[in-house]
Design a protein around this ligand. Structure first.
Ligand code: DQA
Length: 138
């Protein structure tokens, strides 16, 4: 069974409540349940933190024996060289995802510090960005 880790960064615990016109009305927990039902052949783990170091610790923890990491680093995407280095340090491939199309938004969201360390990037498809990332690991 493929082991996939989904990691959500800061403010993504508020999905469903947070800026619904940008991020939608669904909580992540509900969507995660749908993903688990859609991919019974995968063991999907979920972790969310608002703290940069905890995201790095999770990448270290799973990054040598999981088959894939799906990472929405939230705003740390645009700032964190430490996350870039953590992704480079592990052997598990990481797919960067974003719910919104960051390129249609403020210019500070146009830069990703982590894309160059990732296997690929999926953005702009709402929560379906996570499903598309799942497909990339099958
Ligand atoms: C986001 C986009 C980021 O710019 C923002 O800081 C987020 C969410 C997205 O999923 O669209 O927190 O990663």
């Amino acid at each position: 069974m493929k082991k996939i880790q989904i990691i959500n960064g800061p403010n993504l615990n508020l999905l469903g409540k947070r800026e619904p016109t940008v991020y939608g009305n669904s909580s992540f927990e509900g969507y995660l349940q749908q993903l688990k039902e859609k991919y019974p052949q995968c063991d999907i783990s979920y972790f969310q933190s608002n703290t940069e170091g905890e995201l790095i610790d999770k990448i270290h923890e799973v990054g040598f024996d999981f088959d894939g990491i799906i990472l929405n680093a939230g705003a740390y995407t645009h700032t964190s060289i430490a996350l870039h280095d953590a992704i480079k340090a592990v052997t598990t491939p990481v797919v960067e995802v974003h719910i919104s199309n960051v390129h249609t938004r403020e210019s500070f969201r146009h830069i990703s510090m982590i894309s160059a360390a990732c296997k690929g990037v999926i953005l702009g498809f709402g929560l379906e960005s996570y499903r598309l990332a799942m497909e990339s690991f099958l």
